[in-house]
Design a protein around this ligand. Structure first.
Ligand code: C2O
Length: 579
């Protein structure tokens, strides 16, 4: 490092503002002490040695600029056009710098402080050896004995809230983990104007896997049963498409009154937001959504996993197909629409307060697991070291603060758990093929060219004539670019290709291409921007595009159409499958 042509000085923050180190091995400070001290604890870095190391307005150096400066030392041969290639993994937050969580709509302070207790001792977590595989059961199939244990564990967790509200294993403390990692309470280390956000990116699956892992171990510890496992809400199977009954017993600690009362059993979940009134239609729509988001619309690893999110990059670069599909749908379906922010499940800050959240996410986790076994042509793992080395902090079952890495959670069997085997009825749930070739000319009436429509505010159902990259059946993706959203709103729209009837209630048809969705979440300027790609290759088989060179894309707003503007639309040859 001595040969570098610039030097950096690290300046510690004003010691008068620092949290004094605790002499106890575990110091659980009530987090409200820390609220107003936020953002004064940053280490400042000042460097000299060229324009690219200029500190930003707040006195910090953009790490990417520093790294770009480095590349200059090795000459132009090492320059690449992707600035992210020089980024670094998202680092686990500094708990002592945790700040306010803000209301998603107004940006005002939430009436909850979701900062975790501070501890000076952090251990790099090592997965314990697996002696016996623990099997997470489907929630609709659990035994009485299992249920009794689960209820007792949750009861004890809730009791901790009263007995010792600073115990990081308490129910509200655990719920607040989600709030802190999702509502702007944690900044990226070294970037005080960039939040850590564990949704809307490739961190989505790994973060939630680790979160549930420790949640499960804490529950096991509380009932002194290290074999304890969480159940999964089997919403991808008709047998599990109701809210699991074990969560709907008003006498049970698993019950939560802050749910949509209309969606209590026997209501069938609507994973596609189709609005279908008929239960059978809902079930087939759900299976169609599953097949689409797991297989049919997915062209690349990142299409499924979510977009790259690295140190120094803005949060929420874009959700993968599963996150924005079934995952979002279940959150919104359970959340109570009578509450301002659809609490509990309908909003990040409050979702962890519903016991059903952990059961829902156990199935999300299962979807990641199933996806890795699918024999499709898409590589299943992200190999970028900035993904593998991203890290988070959690308290383990012994109240020890531990640092975990994404790389250590890719195979849940190494973490000691697996899932009960149940049918996966969507695996081959291809929509019925269209008997006759689509009559593009007929559908095209009323459709407009992209240049006449975009940027498009999606107030109403809109048809667009989109030129293909090649004639007829080609390996192509449909790209919806620069989707600008009001991040305080629930937004969802669906995409159909060459659809003749615009019957929004039916998703189980060849023309269904995929979906975009967003759960309200806090961002500094309340604006989100993302791009989605939907693979069309298999869809072309089903609707027969013969030698057409244009298709008609129908965009159907389901929620929040006024609050979304799509920058552009195009069809391109399928990009490389990985990355
Ligand atoms: Cu972290 Cu399903 O949300």
């Amino acid at each position: 490092m001595a040969s570098l042509q610039y030097s950096c000085t690290v300046v510690a923050p004003n010691p008068g503002h620092r949290t004094p180190p605790s002499s106890k091995p575990f110091s659980a400070k009530p987090s409200y002490f820390l609220t107003h001290a936020r953002r004064s604890h940053r280490f400042q870095v000042s460097c000299n040695g060229g324009a690219s190391q200029k500190p930003t307005e707040d006195g910090q150096v953009d790490r990417r600029n520093m790294l770009l400066g480095l590349s200059g030392l090795y000459g132009a041969a090492n320059l690449v056009s992707d600035p992210q290639a020089y980024a670094a993994p998202i680092e686990a937050p500094e708990f002592k710098s945790c700040g306010e969580a803000r209301d998603v709509a107004t940006g005002d302070l939430l009436d909850v402080n979701c900062c975790p207790p501070v501890s000076d001792k952090i251990i790099d977590y090592k997965l314990p050896p697996v002696t016996k595989m623990r099997i997470r059961p489907a929630a609709q199939r659990v035994t009485k004995e299992y249920l009794a244990k689960f209820e007792e564990a949750i009861r004890l967790m809730k009791k901790l809230d009263k007995d010792d509200p600073t115990d990081p294993r308490g129910f509200m403390q655990q719920a607040n983990i989600h709030c802190a990692y999702c509502n702007g309470a944690h900044d990226q280390v070294g970037y005080k104007n960039l939040d850590i956000q564990v949704h809307n990116s490739w961190l989505f699956f790994p973060f939630h896997r680790w979160y549930l892992y420790f949640y499960e171990r804490i529950l096991g510890k509380l009932i002194d049963d290290p074999t304890f496992v969480l159940p999964f809400w089997n919403w991808d199977n008709p047998k599990g498409m109701q809210m699991p009954k074990i969560f709907d017993n008003t006498e049970s600690p698993l019950y939560n009154a802050n749910r949509n009362q209309d969606n209590r059993p026997p209501a069938i979940i609507d994973l596609g937001f189709s609005g279908a009134s008929d239960d059978l239609q809902k079930v087939v729509n759900n299976l169609t959504v599953m097949y689409s988001e797991m297989i049919r619309s997915v062209n690349s690893t990142l299409d499924f996993m979510g977009q790259p999110y690295k140190a120094g990059s803005a949060p929420s670069p874009g959700m993968g197909s599963s996150e924005r599909g079934s995952h979002v749908a279940a959150h919104v379906w359970v959340g109570n629409p009578k509450n301002k922010y659809r609490e509990d499940m309908g909003n990040f800050y409050s979702a962890g307060r519903d016991t059903l959240f952990y059961c829902h996410h156990a199935n999300v986790d299962r979807m990641w697991s199933i996806w890795r076994t699918l024999k499709t042509d898409v590589p299943k793992d992200i190999t970028d070291s900035d993904y593998l080395n991203a890290s988070f902090l959690f308290y383990d079952e012994n109240k020890q603060l531990v640092r975990v890495k994404v790389a250590d959670c890719l195979d849940h069997r190494r973490m000691g758990y697996d899932f009960e085997r149940v049918d996966i009825p969507w695996l081959n749930y291809k929509p019925p093929r269209k008997a006759a070739k689509a009559k593009v000319k007929k559908i095209a009436s009323g459709a407009q060219k992209p240049e006449d429509l975009f940027p498009l505010n999606l107030k109403k159902i809109t048809r667009v004539l989109v030129p293909k990259s090649a004639k007829g059946k080609a390996d192509e993706v449909l790209v919806l670019e620069n989707i600008e959203t009001d991040t305080t709103k629930f937004i969802k729209f669906d995409v159909f290709v060459n659809d003749e009837d615009d019957n929004a209630e039916e998703l189980d048809k060849a023309e269904y291409a995929g979906t975009f969705a967003q759960v309200p979440h806090k961002t500094k300027d309340k604006k989100g921007k993302s791009t989605i790609s939907l693979r069309l290759t298999e869809l072309y088989d089903d609707i027969d595009v013969a030698d057409d060179d244009t298709i008609v894309v129908t965009l159907i707003p389901r929620s929040g159409g006024d609050d979304v503007t799509i920058g552009g639309i195009k069809i391109i040859p399928s990009p490389p499958r990985s990355g």
